[in-house]
Design a protein. Structure first.
Length: 364
């Protein structure tokens, strides 16, 4: 088929779009996958296949009830989605007019906010973080008082890829700035690693607050694609208008229910504790290397480093089967690499390779 024909049919904003470079798109193979902030654990679940011939419920009641109980909310405040990524998309589809409206992001941050907006021909405004990765409240205030208000303000806390959390007083300030103007979306994909920093307690007070969650990280379920939007029932009703008829497959619902049981939550907490200990071990091991400078904070399941000879180090690790993530294209993150915390064996192999790389460099 003629490529020019397809190009002519493609939406202008899609034709010019650079897709999100997920970890799987960038690299395949390797032995140790420390590039996608996945859990190193693979937990066992059982499946009942008797209903696989039937379409699933759009919003499985048992999953809604289980997550509402886990989050301390009413089930009417919960929507189940295909990962938190679908929650981002639904918010943009439900609240942003293509070619007219905008969202606001605070880079460096998760790339899918901007990509999802651009996919729907929605503009992206930016209020970059300060050099210490804190919110630039003055820039946010200027936008809140401008004539070009965003429909959605995305805040990521803990933030990917900096590992920092936004203090509640700053989130309150943003909520006040955009009250009656925009929805404020707090992405808590990594909240189980900083559970005291959740903002669910603010949902009752601020009807324009939305919180995104996922089972991909702490729950070690990236492969099933299950996430949640937490918001007022009015917002949930809008999202239900634009969600697919059968977004959550029956196998996913069964696994999610088991993961959110009391024993499943206890297992998650145990594994989070293990990863936090491993993160501290990894940070201590890398602290002695002159080529590695820690950036940001340790409030999620990864660490961010500014690295001497960044490209050569990345290539060296890939050649030896260890995959990490280059974040240097983002503002403030020149020469920065993000390392997912793995299990002890993976972390040991990583440290040994990084030590070997810099030792060889010094000897050359």
């Amino acid at each position: 088929m003629d490529k020019q024909f397809i190009d002519n049919l493609t939406c202008d904003f899609v034709r010019d779009l650079t897709p999100y470079e997920s970890a799987r798109r960038l690299f395949s193979g390797g032995n140790d996958w420390l590039n996608a902030n996945e859990s190193p654990f693979s937990n066992d679940f059982s499946l009942d296949t008797q209903r696989f011939n039937r379409y699933p419920d759009c919003q499985p009641e048992s999953v809604l009830n289980a997550y509402a109980q886990y989050a301390g909310l009413d089930k009417e405040q919960v929507l189940v989605s295909r990962g938190a990524d679908e929650g981002i998309e639904l918010l943009i589809r439900g609240f942003c007019n293509p070619g007219k409206d905008s969202i606001l992001i605070c880079p460096p941050t998760y790339g899918m906010y901007a990509i999802s907006a651009q996919t729907f021909n929605v503009d992206v405004q930016k209020a970059p973080l300060n050099s210490d990765f804190s919110l630039d409240l003055a820039a946010l205030e200027n936008i809140a008082q401008s004539g070009n208000l965003p429909k959605l303000v995305f805040l990521c806390s803990p933030n990917n890829p900096t590992g920092t959390v936004i203090p509640q007083n700053q989130i309150l300030a943003v909520l006040e700035l955009f009250a009656g103007k925009s929805l404020v979306v707090v992405d808590e994909a990594y909240i189980e690693f900083s559970k005291d920093q959740t903002q669910t307690c603010l949902l009752a007070q601020f009807p324009h607050l939305v919180i995104l969650r996922t089972l991909s990280k702490a729950y070690a379920l990236a492969g099933i694609r299950c996430g949640f939007a937490l918001a007022s029932n009015d917002i949930i009703k809008v999202l239900l208008k634009v969600i697919a008829p059968y977004p959550v497959s029956d196998p996913v619902a069964q696994i999610a229910r088991q993961a959110l049981s009391s024993s499943g939550v206890a297992l998650m907490q145990e594994q989070v504790s293990y990863l936090q200990n491993e993160q501290e071990w990894l940070r201590t091991q890398l602290a002695s290397l002159p080529g590695m400078q820690l950036q940001g904070d340790n409030k999620a399941n990864f660490l961010l480093y500014r690295c001497q000879r960044k490209d050569a180090l990345m290539q060296y690790l890939v050649q030896n089967g260890v995959l990490i993530r280059d974040q240097s294209k983002q503002i403030l993150l020149q020469d920065c690499l993000r390392i997912t915390v793995g299990n002890r064996e993976e972390n040991q192999r990583l440290v040994a390779l990084i030590q070997q790389f810099y030792q060889e460099g010094q000897a050359a």
